[in-house]
Ligand binder design. Structure first.
Ligand SMILES: Nc1ncnc2c1ncn2[C@@H]1O[C@H](COP(=O)(O)OP(=O)(O)O)[C@@H](O)[C@H]1O
Ligand SMILES: [Mg+2]
Length: 233
């Protein structure tokens, strides 16, 4: 569904990623792991048109989307949950979801909204509350809900479990599986909670110093402590 080929990018003159080849397969959860500062967020930002791709191409359902802007990508079926579960604190829960559903017809908006309430009943109970008052876990649900509102084909997520308690991390992973299996979304997720994400993903890439250091089935590295240590050194 998403194919990244030979991607180079960086900030200013500083190159961060080198010749990244990666594929997010239709209907699957693909995870990207790797040490802090290795370029994981940078890769998602480049794929989502937030920073320029220097070299290489990005394809979405066979179309070249290299350096297309985020609005174009959202309208064509890709949404992004950035790192740090950002919500608009001064707005209500419902208003935050309305922003996610900006391009939907009234009818479609209601259909999508119902799906979000069903997935996150806690949010429905608080729909009129200011989002700033939500707990960390609820804010995470809201930023995920906002990204789901346009009914994307592909969901990009950057460390959704950041700052969550172990219990909430496992709840997040359950939501992830549900969104994949029941909502049929293809997911590309960057995650530092390696053990947890290896339980739910179908394929895993590791990025180290701006290059792909591993690509394979999670089962192969899941119980290999030496390999995992090597990927994080
Ligand atoms: N906006 C930016 N401007 C300049 N350098 C940045 C910026 N964002 C990230 N970097 C640098 O790019 C490298 C990779 O960062 P990032 O992709 O955020 O890593 P990760 O998500 O894997 O922790 C780091 O060295 C970081 O300091
Ligand atoms: Mg990051």
């Amino acid at each position: 569904m998403l194919e990244i080929k030979g991607l180079d990018t960086g900030y200013g003159k500083k190159q961060i990623l080198y010749g990244i080849d990666l594929e997010a397969v239709t209907g699957k959860i693909t995870a990207i792991i790797g040490p802090n500062g290795s370029g994981k967020s940078t890769l998602l930002k480049a794929a989502f048109g937030l920073i320029p791709v220097w070299q290489g191409r990005v394809f979405f359902r066979q179309s070249d989307i290299t350096n297309k802007n985020s609005k174009f990508l959202v309208q064509n079926g890709i949404t992004f949950v950035p790192q740090g579960n950002r919500v608009f604190d001064e707005m209500s829960v419902l208003e935050n979801l309305e922003i996610g559903g900006l391009y939907l017809s009234k009818k479609q908006f209601q259909i999508e909204l119902e799906k979000i309430w069903q997935l996150f009943p806690e949010l429905k109970k608080r729909k009129k509350q200011n989002s700033g008052k939500l707990s960390g876990g609820e804010k995470q649900q809201l930023s995920l809900g906002r990204a789901l509102m346009p009914d994307p084909t592909l969901l990009l997520m950057d460390e959704p479990s950041l700052g969550l308690s172990p219990k909430l991390v496992s709840q997040m992973m359950n939501h992830l599986q549900k969104i994949n299996r029941e909502f049929g979304k293809t997911i590309l997720i960057v995650e530092q909670k390696v053990r947890e994400v290896l339980e739910v993903c179908h394929h895993v890439y590791s990025i180290k110093l701006g290059k792909i250091a591993y690509s394979g089935k999670p089962e192969i590295i899941k119980n290999d402590k030496d390999k995992l240590r090597e990927l994080f050194l």
